[in-house]
Design a protein around this ligand. Sequence first.
Ligand code: PSV
Ligand code: MN
Length: 430
Amino acid sequence: MSHQISADFIAERNRAAEAATTEDYQALSRQLGRRGIDAEAITNAVMAFSVAIPTWGVGTGGTRFARFPGPGEPRNIFDKIEDCATIHQLVRATATISPHFPWDKTSDPKALHEAAASRGLGFDAVNSNTFQDQPDQKLSYRFGSLSHVEARVRAQAIAHNLECIELGRKLGSKALTVWIGDGSNFAGQSNLTSAFDRYLDSMREIYGALPEDWRVFIEHKLYEPAFYSTVISDWGTSFAAALELGPKALCLVDLGHHAPNVNIEQIVARLTRFKKLAGFHFNDSKYGDDDLDTGSVEPFRLFLVFNELVDAKQRRAEGFAPAYMIDQSHNVTDPIESLIQSAIELQRAYAQALIVDRQALAAAQGANDALGAHLELKRAFTTDLSPLLATARLRTGGAIAPIETYRASNYRAHKTKERPPVAGTSAGIV
Ligand code: PSV
Ligand code: MN
């Protein structure tokens, strides 16, 4: 019988912290009340927030130099589901998981669906992988996949995406995320126009196989593994592809996939305006696609992204239904702790965006009061909403202090005994 943290253990830890949390929450409610904000409404919105956990995120990640495996790592998709369930149990904001095929491939999707459902988890978008070769694969993706110069390689990559849709259907998913590593490493290596045309032809076939109520998310990325050009390099290319393909094709924004200092919140505003925002792969970065923990480097930028999302939601922007997912590589932390904290940072950014006084902001903007408008955002961003987030967790059965509770539970030590290391485990991204 595999170890799980018991509800009693969480309740017992919560009892010790409940009085202080309630006191802090009441003080915060009074502070917000003076600003005309109903703390209860914000708490309810936070309680309803959910972000998908990437199955590859619960394994230890690495760089192209090395990977330092952690103890008790998940060995397969069922172990990953256990870890995802533990995260959700403590933080109550991660009710879905986003699988990656063929890493999570199973001959028995029903068993997978049941394993997740038994722990209260559902499936978000499924991710295809044509950026690596698999041991049993006939043709190599060394020089690309959906945009490869050879039709038979493209056909193999298309077939893999169709298989992902089939698996996703059985899991209850409603979207396919396609990120390709295709591109070139040398000027002249690839014809920039025909590579994109080939990609579009391939994507048309995948698009054609989407079930009626499915969507396909196109994920762009500036560089890596191709270092001179990538076929789907930026949101403009992604947008053009989504327009060509049709209404079921949308653009996914991975926060780490842009040139340094690009104004991501403005990209979000544009994609929303044209009904093409698919959703996010949340993470944070200092230099490139660092896949660091969400909100750990630039929490203000994260808040500004949510400011656009809340603005869109409140004015009921047409077609606005973004999917929230995390995409991180946990190289030096316990992935469960990182993912718990990332989910909290997302709730925080969301709640901060919810307490922006939008009338005052609009008035300042209309009066060309640049600093006044900025201060409206800063006032929301600098309000410490931690007691509200803790209260949301308490009310949904989670832990007031999830990371402390997780550590005290010795979950990882239990898993280290239960999960002896396997050679060549594919856990985590490198
Ligand atoms: C590529 O860098 C990416 O962001 C894509 O979403 C992949 O599916 C994921 O990372 C895992 O490698
Ligand atoms: Mn991503």
